[in-house]
Design a protein around this ligand. Structure first.
Ligand code: ZN
Length: 606
């Protein structure tokens, strides 16, 4: 298989792709584009961005007919045929493709047609530079192996088969690569977009975190070089995992600047994101649900196991920050406290199980509406708390002999390395085996059921005190170790809604179930005008609530669409939905030893 791709009209966001098929199906070659991209569980119908697909042979146009939203059939022909098509690329995310005069980015799922019947054939890919002096300094970043190209150069690349072809996203732009070495394998970092970050520091900081993952699994998954590709934007956050690379998007202000050594919350978030995607090298790229082995990208692939692939990964992404010595134990606990707060703030957790959240990811988690906090739970956040609870439970039950690390090694050896998909329910059985006792009750209650995890008592077993209290302000997301007493915080009146400040408008974004705002009839989307006759501003709202009292009745003027409405809201006492975790100094030796075993590096030298 041969593909040629060129950012032919960057100003119009158009890639032009040529796909050459030397021996097409004589009954008429069928080609298609995936409906979704592995790692992002939503039907995206990438074929919608294909413009004008033409087929040619011997300088003659062949007839092309549509079969469905993602597939085409070419007129029967014996002999080489060429498909030529444009792809519109204007989605600035890690999941599809984006092209302008500053850079070109694409995932294979957005641009490379699958040639049916030839999915297993090796592919050659010619990556071409756009025409014009403006682009003469562009380079290429991709984990796709080079066939005939300089390092970071345009030219010929290769992939083993179609699945491999679509697992190497490509970035073309001006950039200076930075590298670090791990166990003799090159790890490169490429940042594109406007930035002036301390890139060498990022490499230095990231290496011990990645080493923690290697030490946990006992080895690198393979000897291929690895690439972190980051698009730097004004405001963005996200990542997508691949076998030999990851695509990331981050906010400019989150990156560290030269000459400063502080570890800001934003930078810690970026390191956590890199850590997350690197952990996926094992967990989901190689250890994967049976239903993903192989992927059927033409329709939804349902699994109840995303808690393990995203939740466990989310647990270890932050745990490796403390294990590697990047942050202190207390700062790690503050991160966990924020996750607990996020889970506690949605009553959806009492209605949807994490297993169902995984199953319904396609229509619910990935397509959240304003009612999501009242209706669903996240398999990332509650999934990571299930992983945490399992880790602490295993350590308790086996007197420190076993932990979640043992589960991950077992999954790596018996499934990841053995190329064996993990069947539904199999992880639960492995946990019971490692615990030396039946753990099905745990999964029935917390994974398949909607009970809150017994975190307070588990934290006690490692000398950590868990506190659930009301928020201090609308900006308090937990993990802030409030000095105020719960009695004092309970006096702060609450109205059960969240607002956003966009273009000077204060807009209601979430109305919590059974909260005062909902009872009064306010809805998401309403634009607040005045409270008790005074204009509403975002900062004014917070100070209003800090002075208001429980039981007070307020008059709220708000626009719903273009209609002015008046609501009488009776303020309530605030919910205990904000978490602090406090490290208890001292304590008995068993507790301290258990905590150290949990938070200390698993690297041989650590
Ligand atoms: Zn993930």
């Amino acid at each position: 298989m041969f593909y040629l791709i060129v950012p032919s009209r960057p100003e119009a966001h158009i890639f032009t792709v040529t796909c050459r098929i030397s021996d097409p199906d004589k009954q008429g070659q069928i080609v298609s584009l995936p409906c979704w991209i592995p790692g992002s569980y939503m039907i995206r119908e990438f074929a919608k961005n294909i413009i004008q697909l033409r087929a040619k042979a011997d300088d003659r146009e062949l007839w092309v007919s549509r079969l469905d939203k993602s597939s085409w059939k070419i007129e029967p022909f014996s002999g080489e045929i060429e498909l030529i098509y444009d792809v519109y690329a204007w989605d600035l995310s890690v999941r599809s493709a984006h092209l302008d005069t500053d850079h070109a980015y694409f995932n294979g799922t957005s641009v490379f047609l699958k040639v049916h019947g030839k999915e297993d054939e090796a592919c050659l890919v010619d990556l071409q530079r756009p025409k014009g002096v403006k682009y003469r300094d562009w380079k290429v970043a991709t984990s796709m192996p080079r066939q005939d190209a300089q390092r970071y150069g345009f030219g010929l690349y290769r992939a083993d088969n179609y699945d491999d072809l679509i697992d190497h996203p490509v970035e073309m732009a001006e950039f200076t690569p930075h590298c670090f070495d791990m166990h003799g394998i090159a790890h490169s970092m490429v940042f594109t977009g406007k930035q002036s970050a301390d890139l060498e520091r990022i490499c230095r900081d990231l290496k011990p975190i990645c080493e923690e993952h290697v030490a946990l699994f006992g080895e690198l998954p393979d000897s291929d070089p690895y690439l972190f590709m980051t698009m730097v934007v004004g405001d963005g956050y996200g990542g997508l995992e691949h076998k030999a690379s990851t695509s990331l998007i981050c906010s400019r202000d989150d990156l560290p600047v030269p000459g400063k050594q502080e570890l800001s919350d934003g930078y810690l978030g970026f390191l956590g994101l890199c850590s997350h995607e690197y952990f996926h090298r094992w967990n989901v790229k190689r250890i994967k649900p049976a239903v993903f082995s192989p992927y059927d990208l033409s329709r939804e692939a349902y699994t109840r196991q995303l808690w393990a692939f995203e939740g466990i990964t989310s647990y270890y992404d932050d745990l490796s920050l403390v294990r590697s010595g990047t942050i202190s134990a207390q700062r790690y606990l503050d991160l966990v406290a924020k996750t607990i707060t996020r889970v506690m703030r949605g009553s959806g957790r009492l209605k949807q199980s994490v297993a169902d959240s995984s199953f319904d990811a396609w229509t619910k988690f990935y397509r959240q509406d304003e009612n999501a906090p009242n209706a669903i739970v996240s398999y990332y956040t509650k999934g990571s708390l299930i992983a945490l609870a399992l880790d602490l439970s295993l350590r308790l039950l086996t007197h420190g002999a076993k932990s979640l690390d043992d589960l991950m090694r077992r999954l790596w050896w018996d499934y990841g390395k053995a190329l064996q998909g993990v069947a539904e329910g199999e992880i639960e059985l492995l946990v019971s085996e490692i615990a030396g006792q039946d753990m099905s009750d745990f999964f029935t209650r917390f994974l398949y059921g909607t009970e809150d995890l017994p975190l307070a008592e588990l934290f006690e077993s490692v000398g950590v005190k868990m506190i659930l209290r009301p928020a201090e302000s609308s900006k308090d997301n937990g993990g802030s170790n409030s000095k105020k007493s719960i009695t004092e915080l309970l006096k702060r009146a609450d109205w059960g809604a969240r607002v956003s400040d966009s273009q000077g408008e204060v807009r209601v974004v979430t109305v919590f179930e059974h909260g005062a705002a909902q009872q009064a009839g306010l809805s998401a989307g309403d634009v607040l005008v005045a409270i008790d006759g005074l204009k509403v501003t975002p900062s004014g709202l917070d100070s209003f609530f800090s002075r208001a009292y429980v039981g007070q009745s307020i008059e709220v003027h708000a626009f719903r669409r273009d209609e002015l409405r008046v609501f009488q809201v009776t303020l309530q006492s605030p919910p205990l939905d904000t978490c602090d975790l406090l490290l208890q100094e001292g304590g008995d030796d068993t507790v301290v030893a258990r905590r150290n075993a949990w938070l200390t590096s698993v690297r041989p030298s650590g």
